[in-house]
Design a protein around this ligand. Structure first.
Ligand code: ZN
Length: 277
């Protein structure tokens, strides 16, 4: 099997402090990066119609809309509000032609210690929006987050859990593999392979950045590929063998990169994608 270099996409979180959505589209395209993942708050500022036109003008592929999820809530009204918001997210994903809606599933409801219950709420929430997602042709990409986020952001913490959810929920649900969240998992290779063997297209996105040593802030100190300890080519090889055919999406939340000239950030993404990914 020949080596695939996945096309480069940049998740706009990487330049979120510097650029609006139209600026990010133009800035990425200016250096011939034709993939972007879009955040809903930035999309709301811009408007779906204008975004769609700018994306088309620049020949951009939208590798994901971030984000849906956040299903667990303390009461039924809260859970319903989350489901309603996810339905709006599916419509927005259609509006910008996103290849998937990324789900950051949500943590414990306020005051709760019932982790198993929260995980059940996640499964129920995804099941509730799945008919709309299927009808719209928008795959739902479960993104497992590092267990340090289990309480406040996402109680789905391993790709094994994500695969289990996909098995239960069936067609229309898949996985976003983010190396920052999953690189440490001894089962990662096996679970990527499991996703590849599942019916349909389960591997929906491949998010890349690096784990710095030391990491000074667990949310806002992600590294540029090559600056940390993640063996990205090894994980990319597992994705290849599992049949993943999407993009390599750079997603870096970093106060240091947010302080940089965004054109330099894009140039660094391109250079590192060529040399270390
Ligand atoms: Zn990610």
């Amino acid at each position: 099997m020949g080596e695939i270099r996945y096309p480069l996409s940049i998740n706009q979180a990487t330049t979120r402090e510097q650029w609006s959505l139209p600026e990010a589209i133009e800035g990425y395209a200016r250096q011939d990066v034709r993939g972007i993942a879009i955040w809903r708050d930035k999309l709301a500022e811009c408007g779906v119609e204008k975004a769609r036109k700018r994306l088309a003008d620049h020949g951009m592929t939208v590798t994901g809309l971030c984000r849906g999820g956040m299903f667990p809530a303390a009461d039924a009204a809260g859970r319903q509000a989350a489901i309603d918001d996810n339905r709006r997210a599916i419509e927005e994903a259609v509006g910008v032609g996103a290849s998937c809606l990324v789900l950051v599933c949500g943590g414990l409801p306020e005051g709760s210690k019932d982790l198993a219950g929260a995980r059940e709420m996640v499964q129920d929430g995804i099941a509730a929006i799945l008919p709309e997602a299927r009808a719209a042709g928008i795959p739902l990409a479960i993104e497992a987050l590092h267990p340090m986020y289990a309480a406040d952001r996402n109680c789905i913490n391993t790709i094994g859990q994500a695969n289990d959810l996909c098995d239960t929920l069936g067609e229309g649900v898949g996985i976003a593999v983010d190396v920052y969240h999953l690189w440490w998992d001894p089962d990662l290779e096996g679970e990527i392979g499991r996703a590849g063997r599942a019916p349909g297209t389960r591997l929906l996105a491949f998010h890349i950045c690096d784990w710095l040593v030391p990491t000074k802030d667990l949310l806002l100190d992600r590294g540029m590929m090559g600056d940390g300890v993640i063996d990205i080519p090894a994980i990319r090889g597992w994705m290849e063998r599992a049949g993943y055919e999407g993009s390599a999406e750079v997603e870096i939340f970093s106060t240091r990169w947010w302080a940089a000239d965004p054109d330099d950030v894009v140039a660094a993404c391109i250079a590192r994608h060529r040399t270390v990914c």
